[in-house]
Design a protein around this ligand. Structure first.
Ligand SMILES: [Fe+2]
Length: 301
């Protein structure tokens, strides 16, 4: 992996971990804790990660035990790497279990230091909301989940909160993290589960200091612009949606990946998608050691 440019923030962006409290297989086929471990092992050698983001559908069953798996494994990775950790609920999450273990989703601050939260009971009807600052960037989470539903909606109180927050620009811009990404959906099923008030949210975001939106939900990497801002969808940890199949059908492959997103000092965004190979199914095609690479570079002038 390339070294981080001075002044940039490097974000390890994961999504849709669909962890289970009892180890049950996701969709009857995927051990999601093992898939998460493979993703974290793959990311082990990435230098200079300042922030880890998990953009929703953290859990499949909403149990506190499932959130504890994330806290332990992703939180442990972030602490070892000196990175912050921010997460947000998706449609499969349940706010009660999420809050019990992950509070408002801003779990670790800059340098991987645990963030303190006041213990306050909030009913599941209240969206999870939070913000933190990592290397001068304001990281804002927007809860798009609707209790009991699969589609996304940003509640009026969350819109008001975001509008108020963005009225004051931050030092080095804002990153918005949400689950239901406001980009077109690849299949009919995902289209039915889209963010329903993306246009209203766009009015709040457009023209502000938001530099980047990070989302998930589609279980497949996509990138676009919305409200004048780059939007990145992380591939799923749990599986990968078949986006070239029939639009009105839905299937997924056992596959996992993540994004490495560099946010430069001037607000430029550069994302490197990484697919996590499975040694049984994906044999290495070739390998050059460092000396060989040096010879090739020299020969190329
Ligand atoms: Fe998901």
């Amino acid at each position: 992996m390339q070294p981080l440019a001075p002044g940039s923030l490097r974000i390890l962006h994961l999504s849709d971990t669909h962890l289970t409290g009892d180890g049950a297989l996701h969709q009857g086929s995927t051990d999601t804790a093992t898939a998460l471990d493979a993703v974290l092992a793959s990311a082990e050698r990435i230098p200079d990660v300042g922030l880890v983001v998990v953009s929703g559908d953290v859990s499949e069953d909403g149990s506190p035990q499932s959130y504890a798996v994330l806290r332990e494994r992703v939180g442990g990775w972030a602490e070892r790497h000196g990175a912050a950790l921010v997460t947000v609920p998706g449609n499969h999450d349940q706010r009660a279990g999420f809050r019990q273990v992950l509070a408002n989703g801003h779990v670790l601050g800059a340098g991987g230091q645990p963030l303190m939260h006041t213990l306050e009971y909030l009913p599941p009807t209240v969206p999870v909301a939070g913000q933190s600052v990592v290397e001068g960037r304001r990281i804002v989470t927007v809860d798009t989940s609707v209790p009991g539903a699969g589609y996304g909606l940003v509640a009026d109180e969350a819109l008001d909160r975001l509008r108020t927050m963005l009225s004051e620009p931050s030092d080095r811009g804002t990153v918005v993290v949400l689950h239901h990404t406001p980009l077109p959906a690849p299949t009919a099923l995902h289209a039915a589960l889209q963010l329903r008030n993306a246009d209203t949210l766009a009015e709040v975001v457009r023209g502000t200091d938001v530099r980047l939106v990070l989302g998930g939900h589609y279980h497949h990497h996509a990138a676009g612009t919305w409200a004048g801002v780059p939007v990145l969808v992380a591939p799923g940890v749990a599986n990968d949606t078949d986006v070239v199949g029939a639009y009105d059908e839905e299937s997924a492959h056992i596959d996992a990946g993540y994004l490495v997103v560099d946010l430069a000092a001037d607000g430029s965004v550069w994302s490197t998608p990484v697919r996590v190979p499975r040694p049984d199914a994906d044999p290495l095609a070739f390998h050059h050691d460092a000396d060989t690479v040096t010879r090739i570079i020299d020969a190329a002038g």
